[in-house]
Design a protein around this ligand. Structure first.
Ligand SMILES: C[S@@+](CC[C@H](N)C(=O)[O-])C[C@H]1O[C@@H](n2cnc3c(N)ncnc32)[C@H](O)[C@@H]1O
Length: 364
C-alpha cells in the first residue's frame, strides 16, 4: 500500500510517541505533529507489522488546541513532539498514555509532576554530522536523514549559544576529528563551562540527568518516601549515586557500569551480565548488609529479571525509576509478593514524548 501521493486522514487520538493516530483504508497510520480531530492529507512513507507511517502534507481541519510552534524547526526536527499544542495538552497526553500502559497492573493514583519550564532546560544535546553532505543536526531515525537545527529551544542558554557558534560559517567542519566523515558530537554543560565531545560512546563526563530542576524534584520524591530512619540501601544503575546521595542510609552499595566514584560503596559491574545478581549478592553478604530499600534506575532496556533480584535480595521496599514505561511495565508484570504503593510521572523531557516514571513497591 506504499504511496507517494497524499491520502486523506482524520486523527482520532495521540499515541505514546505523541503522534496522531488515524485509520487510512484498513490500516492504522501514525502521523507525527497532528492532533485529535484534525483532518488533512498525509504521505505514507513506510509500513511495518500491519501499520503505516506517514508525513503530514496539508491540514484542512485544525484542532482548537493547535498553537504556532515556538521553534522554527519543529515541523522537520525529530526531537520535539508537542510544540504544536499547549503544555496542558502535552501533560494530559502523557498521563493518558502512561495509564493505558499500566492497565493490567493495579496502578495507585498517579501523581504528575509538571516541568517548571517547557524550553531551555537541557544541559546536553547530541547532534549528528556528515562531512560529505556538510550536514550537522538531529538524526531522523526513520529516514537516517540529518536535519540541521541552528536553533534548539529546549537546550539551556549556554548549550544553545555553543550550537549557534558551531553553525556559524560552518565552524563545526573545522572541528571534526580526522578520519570520521560521519559521527556525532555532544554539547554539554559542566558548571559554568560548555564543552564539546566528538564520537564518544556514552554521555561525556558520565551520566548526569539532563534537567537539573526536575532531578531535584525526583530526589525530593525519594527523600519524602524514604523517611528519616537509617537503613541499608542498594542503588542499582546508580551512576554517581545521584538518587541516594541525600538519603540518610546506614550502609549503601551503588552499582553501575560507568561510575566515576572510587569509594568502597561503589561497585563497577555490568548489571546485564548473567552473574550480576550473584556478584552483588556476594558483595552484600561480605559487607554484612541487610538491604531494606532497593532503588533502581536502568536505561531504556529496563531490568527484565527484576523479579529474580527481588526474590534474592528481598528488600522491604523498592523505588523503580524509569525513562521507558514500556520496559518498566514488562518488568513489573513478572514481580510477585509486592504491591504498588505510589506512582509518579515526572516530566523530565518537556516538548518531547519522553518522561520519567517512578513506581514504589512494598513487600506484602
Ligand atoms: C538512567 S541512568 C541513571 C543514573 C543515576 N541513577 C542517576 O540518577 O544519575 C542509567 C545508568 O545505567 C548505567 N548503565 C548502563 N548500562 C549498564 C549496565 N550494563 N550495567 C550497569 N549499569 C549500566 C549508566 O551508566 C547510567 O548511569
Amino acid at each position: 500500500m506504499r504511496q507517494n501521493r497524499p491520502v486523506p486522514f482524520k486523527i482520532t487520538s495521540l499515541d505514546s510517541l505523541g503522534q496522531g493516530v488515524s485509520k487510512i483504508g484498513e490500516r492504522i497510520t501514525f502521523i507525527p505533529k497532528t492532533l485529535p480531530g484534525e483532518e488533512g492529507e498525509a504521505v505514507i512513507h513506510s509500513e511495518k507489522k500491519g501499520v503505516a507511517f506517514a508525513k503530514l502534507s496539508t491540514l484542512t481541519q485544525k484542532s482548537s488546541a493547535r498553537i504556532q510552534p515556538m521553534c522554527p524547526h519543529f515541523s522537520q526536527c525529530p526531537s520535539c513532539h508537542y510544540l504544536h499544542t499547549s503544555y496542558e495538552m502535552e501533560i494530559e497526553s502523557k498521563r493518558e498514555n502512561f495509564q493505558k500502559l499500566f492497565r493490567n497492573l493495579p496502578l495507585p493514583e498517579l501523581k504528575v509532576v509538571p516541568a517548571p519550564e517547557r524550553l531551555g532546560y537541557r544541559n546536553r544535546v547530541q547532534l549528528h554530522y556528515d562531512t560529505k553532505t556538510r550536514k550537522l543536526g538531529m538524526l531522523d531515525a526513520r529516514s537516517s536523514e540529518i536535519i540541521p537545527v541552528p536553533f534548539c529551544l529546549i537546550a539551556e542558554k549556554n548549550v544553545e549559544l555553543k550550537l549557534k557558534e558551531l553553525y556559524h560559517d560552518d565552524v563545526w567542519l573545522n572541528l571534526v576529528p580526522m578520519g570520521l566523515s560521519r559521527g556525532h558530537v555532544e554539547i554539554y554543560q559542566v558548571g559554568t563551562e560548555t564543552k564539546l565531545s566528538w564520537n564518544e560512546g556514552y554521555s561525556s563526563g558520565g551520566f548526569t540527568q539532563v534537567y537539573q530542576k526536575m532531578n531535584r524534584l525526583l530526589q525530593m520524591e525519594l527523600i519524602d518516601w524514604y523517611g528519616t530512619e537509617k537503613e541499608d540501601v542498594l542503588d542499582l544503575f546508580a551512576g554517581n549515586g545521584n538518587l541516594t546521595n541525600d538519603l540518610p542510609f546506614s550502609n549503601r552499595l551503588c552499582v553501575d557500569i560507568y561510575t566515576e566514584q572510587k569509594s568502597s560503596d561503589f561497585l563497577s559491574l555490568s548489571l546485564y551480565d548473567k552473574n550480576a545478581l550473584q556478584s552483588v549478592s556476594n558483595q552484600l553478604k561480605k559487607k554484612k548488609f541487610s538491604i531494606k530499600t532497593l532503588i533502581l534506575d536502568p536505561p531504556r532496556s529496563g531490568l527484565s529479571n527484576l523479579a529474580e533480584w527481588l526474590e534474592v535480595i528481598s528488600p522491604q521496599r523498592v523505588a523503580y525509576v524509569s525513562c521507558d514505561p514500556h520496559t518498566m511495565v514488562r518488568d513489573l508484570q513478572k514481580v510477585s509478593g509486592y504491591h504498588l504503593t505510589r506512582a509518579v510521572l515526572l516530566d523530565f523531557f518537556p516538548s518531547t514524548f519522553h518522561f520519567e516514571s517512578l513506581i514504589f513497591l512494598e513487600r506484602k
